[in-house]
Design a protein around this ligand. Structure first.
Ligand code: EPU
Length: 345
């Protein structure tokens, strides 16, 4: 069924709680509903949102916001070690993780408590604690607006990369609407405990159920990240930058000048001689952790998150906070941060 609303308020539909509206808002609960929509006559542009947990509206949206309420979880070949699952794009991602962990299926547990819906998770290749959704996705089913038909992409055709996919980048951005996602989970134990913080939290003990990992991940997230139901935010605001060795040595030099020799810069190998440095560390070194910037702030427990903690921040307040952070990091470390959050102009 399709439901259509004009001049629709979006404050409850985006986790930053920006008080903006859209010209038209459409909800649908079946993939076939999309065939009935004449995309040429809709107010433009058209934007699909899931939980609205990774975007920043910068003004009233002149176009159409589409929201999937396709909710099903279908276990295909129960009984095998590998369990294929088809999941509607409108299923709340953490409801899925809770359910699959409850069934003892391995694969999604490290991604516990990430806000948003399954469709949005597959667009942006969500990741946490050493796992990305692409690691367990086997395919993505879409509606092609241009050809007006269903199309299925295998995982290898989705151009997955760090917080990115073909659905997020030109030329395909906006062309495909994800209607369901195919996962391959495992009955066999497949614990992913390489991420240092998770390994420490588990006390070096190999977990025997996905539920054990889920519980530790939930504890870690609750300790560091704001609860979107309480404090407006969109999780990590910036991507972790990938630096060349020269850029990294420059960062290390700045840190050494300020703190002396024994002040290592945290980093991870990003392949091809590149190193990934936590943006949160760079931001914290600029003295911005917990800093109030107008009606917004850099979150006091995790410097990668910009929060609308006052509840009354405007898009300008968030953009201003973004600029203060990017300018400070550029001036101090000569590193350019890019937003992880999708900024809707
Ligand atoms: N750190 C600081 N200051 C801080 C926070 C972190 O210096 O305030 C440094 C520490 O050295 C820490 C390191 O940054 O060891 C990494 O911190 P954390 O484990 O919190 O991870 P992150 O790199 O800051 C990424 C994801 C998160 C995900 C965590 C855990 C991105 C953009 N963010 O953050 O994803 O939950 O890893 O895996 O890659 C999100 O995408 O919205 C998100 C929350």
């Amino acid at each position: 069924m399709i439901k259509t609303f004009d001049n629709f308020p979006l404050k409850e539909k985006n986790s930053f709680r920006m008080d903006v509206s859209c010209a038209r808002y459409i909800e649908y609960d079946k993939a076939d509903d999309l065939k009935e929509i004449d995309f040429n006559t809709l107010p433009q542009p058209v934007l699909c949102i899931g939980g609205g947990s990774n975007l920043l509206f910068t003004a009233d949206f002149p176009g159409t916001v589409l929201h999937s309420k396709i909710k099903f979880v279908k276990y295909v070949d129960v009984g095998l070690d590998e369990i294929p699952i088809a999941v509607g794009a409108g299923v709340t991602f953490d409801e899925l993780v809770k359910e699959t962990c409850g069934h003892g299926l391995w694969g999604l547990e490290n991604l516990s408590l990430i806000p948003g819906d399954v469709g949005g998770a597959a667009v942006q290749n969500i990741g946490a604690y050493g796992v990305e959704i692409k690691d367990v996705v086997s395919g993505v089913v879409c509606y092609d607006i241009q050809e007006k038909k269903k199309v299925t992409f295998k995982k290898d055709e989705c151009a997955y990369a760090y917080r990115s996919s073909r659905f997020k980048e030109a030329p395909d951005k906006g062309r495909y609407i994800i209607t369901s996602v195919l996962f391959r989970l495992s009955r066999k134990a497949r614990p992913q405990c390489g991420y240092q913080g998770l390994c420490d939290a588990l006390g070096g003990i190999e977990p025997t159920s996905p539920q054990q990992i889920r519980e530790e991940v939930i504890k870690m997230r609750q300790a560091k990240l704001p609860d979107p139901a309480v404090i407006g935010s969109a999780g990590s605001f910036f991507k972790n930058p990938v630096l060349t060795m020269d850029q990294f040595l420059h960062v290390a030099g700045v840190a050494e000048k300020e703190h002396g020799e024994h002040f290592p810069v945290p980093h991870y190998d990003a392949g091809l001689g590149m190193l990934k440095v936590p943006a949160a560390w760079l931001i914290e070194q600029c003295g911005l952790k917990g800093k109030r910037i107008g009606q917004a702030a850099v979150y006091e427990k995790q410097a990668l998150v910009i929060v609308n903690d006052s509840g009354s921040a405007s898009p300008e307040d968030i953009l201003n906070a973004m600029e203060v952070v990017t300018n400070s990091v550029r001036e101090k470390f000569s590193v350019s941060l890019t937003p992880e959050v999708e900024i809707i102009q």
